[in-house]
Design a protein around this ligand. Structure first.
Ligand SMILES: *Cc1c(COP(=O)(O)O)cnc(C)c1O
Length: 465
């Protein structure tokens, strides 16, 4: 399969090239040239497959001609071995026709493990074949960094450098990164804020001359299409468990960068009957404003109780806009140019398509806490603050209570104890037993000044030949 850029000027690439490339040379994001299509009959024949077997069916067409079937199944099996629950993505019922899909059973307790466990193995497989080594570099304010480190720690052909803002991530999140002691893992605590970290990473991708000969940087954020592809699987898995494809299912998704819900949109395009797709946001609500009122304008970032959704502009939204504009790269270039001025009004035709595909809702911290309390009160089930936003968005925007709604649970409540404790003083969420000693483990990280030359010389010195 070929992959093309949303801005229409970069060369089309193979799957393996896309995985190694990140952002397209024209500034766009790569998407498949055509989407795999599955008939109702074919989807129905998958009832009862294990998560790993189903993942194979869905991913295979995206990598056709590049990764052999047996290799793909091995990569998938390896990637989900580290999950604690045998169902990989278990469903829990929280109300009549309302379900939570627990996507936090992976090693770092957030849904990002689904994609990053696979991406680490996939990269290592591709690199071994090419006899190539790369450097993964990323900035994190929390979840992405730990999931990327867990995904890459066992990879022979990868050195991974993750920058976090010194003394500005929670202790659980820091320790999930810094207690990984494998010798290809490097945590940099940068004396600055998250934006400084991100700017450092962006500038490093733009000029990679500090790397030893033959090395290149690889991005593992959700501009990497492989991450989106892997997330399509759990939409099918949940729908099949709840009576799909014979009936349509709705999904509510706590949204930041629009990666996770975009995977749901692709599942629908590929043939899965989905009724509503609900975009759930916190106070950083650019997507809710866009969908409900055609207001896609930048506002200052607000720090919320759901920090993994504290995002000013959602990068993957461009992938959707590309579809809504008839896959016209020129239209996307024009839009992005106008967005540099701070806003991006959409045409009436595009707005109609957008509203036909998505509902949206926005919660502030107060409402988030009261949802956690209310659900705990009625069911003794503890939601993390991100998941709570998805649950409430579902309750507020569902048009049809006879259609099952699945709320994606993107993190384990023990990862965000502050919000959960605020909501229910009685219930302090405990870390799962494999992490119970997290606070006793040895940590390793390097504090560095916010200085490009210093960071680059540190990195160059750590990379092994
Ligand atoms: C990353 C993250 C999100 C947002 O996902 P996107 O794909 O960026 O929309 C939501 N919840 C949690 C816990 C996350 O880590």
């Amino acid at each position: 399969m070929k992959y093309i850029s949303t801005r229409g000027l970069a060369p089309s690439l193979s799957f393996e090239e896309v995985v190694l490339t990140g952002l397209a040379s024209d500034g766009g994001l790569y998407v498949p040239e055509t989407l795999p299509q599955f008939s109702r009959e074919e989807i129905a024949s998958w009832v009862g497959l294990s998560y790993q077997e189903l993942a194979f069916k869905i991913i295979a067409p995206f990598v056709a001609g590049e990764i052999a079937d047996a290799d793909l199944q091995t990569l998938i099996d390896k990637s989900y071995q580290s999950f604690r629950h045998p169902a990989i993505a278990p469903l829990v019922q929280t109300d009549h026709n309302e379900w939570v899909l627990e996507l936090f059973q992976g090693p770092t307790l957030a849904f990002k493990d689904f994609a990053l466990q696979f991406l680490g193995n996939l990269l290592d497989f591709i690199l071994a074949k090419r006899q190539q080594k790369v450097v993964v570099m990323g900035a994190t304010s929390g979840d992405t960094g730990s999931a990327a480190i867990e995904g890459c720690r066992h990879c022979d052909n990868i050195d991974i450098f993750i920058l976090h803002p010194y003394q500005r991530v929670s202790e659980v999140q820091r320790r999930q990164m810094t207690t990984v002691l494998d010798d290809n893992v490097f945590n940099i605590a940068l004396e600055g804020n998250f934006d400084d970290c991100q700017n450092m990473v962006k500038a490093s991708f733009a000029d990679q001359s500090f790397l030893p000969d033959g090395r290149q940087l690889v991005a593992v954020n959700s501009i990497n299409f492989a991450r989106i592809m892997v997330q399509i699987v759990y939409y099918f898995y949940a729908a099949l468990a709840l009576g799909g494809p014979a009936r349509a299912i709705s999904f509510s998704v706590p949204t930041g960068n629009f990666g996770d819900i975009f995977a749901g949109y692709l599942a629908k395009r590929m043939g899965l009957p989905i009724d509503q797709l609900i975009v759930a946001t916190n106070q950083n609500d650019i997507l809710h404003r866009c969908i409900s009122a055609n207001d896609h304008s930048k506002r200052p970032l607000v720090h919320s109780l759901s920090p993994s959704m504290d995002i000013m502009v959602s990068s993957n939204f461009e992938r959707l806009l590309f579809d809504l504009h008839g896959r016209n790269g020129e239209a996307i270039r024009d839009l992005m140019e106008s967005f540099k001025g701070g806003a991006m009004p959409l045409s009436a035709e595009v707005m109609a398509k957008l509203q036909a595909e998505f509902a949206s809702y926005r919660l502030d911290d107060e409402e988030t806490i009261s949802v956690i309390a209310e659900v705990f009160d009625k069911t003794e089930y503890l939601l993390d603050p991100h998941t709570a936003i998805g649950v409430q968005a579902a309750r507020k925007t569902r048009r049809d209570k006879t259609t099952p709604v699945v709320c994606l649970a993107t993190a384990h409540p023990a990862k965000f104890p502050e919000a959960v404790t605020k909501a229910c003083a009685v219930a302090t969420p405990a870390l799962p037993h494999h992490m119970a000693d997290l606070f006793e483990r040895e940590e390793r990280y390097q504090v560095l000044a916010n200085d490009m030359a210093g960071v680059h010389s540190y990195m160059a010195a750590q990379i092994k030949s």
